[in-house]
Design a protein around this ligand. Structure first.
Ligand SMILES: Nc1ncnc2c1ncn2[C@@H]1O[C@H](COP(=O)(O)OP(=O)(O)OP(=O)(O)O)[C@@H](O)[C@H]1O
Ligand SMILES: [Mg+2]
Length: 233
């Protein structure tokens, strides 16, 4: 069952076409990975889907409704959340205060459950700028999960994490997606992690979809091997 769909999405920055007619379909409980080289258009794609950047053409549909022209705030309130490639925690607040504030704003009934799932209880009273970077990335994920979103768009949640942290983060993303029946779009550079974590993968290159399929299908795709995976596959 499709809950969220992008069709023919294009984004231009001046004369530069950063995203060129991209399609995607997200389903509840399915982790959909998006990979591709630097500058492929992955963050631009999340911006277009989340409402941060208005696409120059194409449509975004959420639960059957065309939301292409709806604001970020409108989408967030109805269950479309995102995280950013760079951490967006407020340095000067405690972890608990920041999460409480966002939970109140988004009518989250079970913040304790989110904190517990992500193992953040021990840092609740700590100031965000003083906790380890890896823990800040978990706070970013917690922020995205507040308000019972039906769809989460995650832009490189593992950026800057060491290997073990990255493995744990991706396992959290997968577990939460399955437990809460959330449709997840996961942009990530850690290709091994994406192949391990995702049910479906889309490969972007130069703003276009190179391939979409199961990890096995994508790994075997000749265009993907030639343009992106090379001998690493
Ligand atoms: N605000 C902007 N103004 C002009 N060009 C931009 C802007 N943001 C991105 N671009 C360009 O659009 C293209 C896609 O960028 P984008 O950040 O979406 O790629 P990405 O796949 O997320 O890359 P990375 O893996 O480095 O995060 C790049 O060529 C980039 O230089
Ligand atoms: Mg990016």
């Amino acid at each position: 069952m499709t809950i969220f769909e992008g069709r023919g999405l294009s984004v231009r920055y001046g004369a530069h076409v950063a995203l060129d007619g991209v399609d995607i379909t997200l389903e509840p409980g399915v982790v959909h990975g998006v990979i591709g080289p630097n500058g492929a258009g992955k963050s631009t794609f999340i911006d277009a889907l989340s409402g941060r950047k208005r696409p120059s053409s194409g449509t975004v549909t959420f639960e059957g409704v065309d939301i292409t022209r709806k604001s970020v705030r409108w989408r967030r309130r109805r269950g479309l959340a995102r995280s950013f490639q760079r951490t967006s925690v407020f340095g000067s607040m405690t972890v608990g205060d920041q999460l409480d504030m966002i939970a109140r704003r988004n009518d989250e009934p079970d913040l304790d459950g989110i904190i517990d799932t992500l193992g953040l209880d021990a840092v609740r009273a700590r100031v965000c700028s003083e906790i380890a970077y890896g823990t800040q990335r978990s706070v970013d994920l917690a922020i995205a999960l507040i308000g019972r979103p039906k769809v989460v768009l995650l832009d490189e949640p593992c950026a800057g994490l060491v290997h073990d942290e990255s493995v744990r983060m991706l396992q959290h993303v997968r577990d939460i997606c399955k437990e809460r029946d959330v449709a997840a779009l996961l942009v990530e550079h850690d290709v091994d992690g994406v192949f391990r974590t995702c049910d479906v993968i889309t490969v972007l290159d130069l703003g276009k979809v190179l391939a979409t399929g199961t990890p096995d299908e994508v790994r075997a795709d000749e265009n993907v091997i030639r343009a992106y995976l090379g001998s690493a596959a």
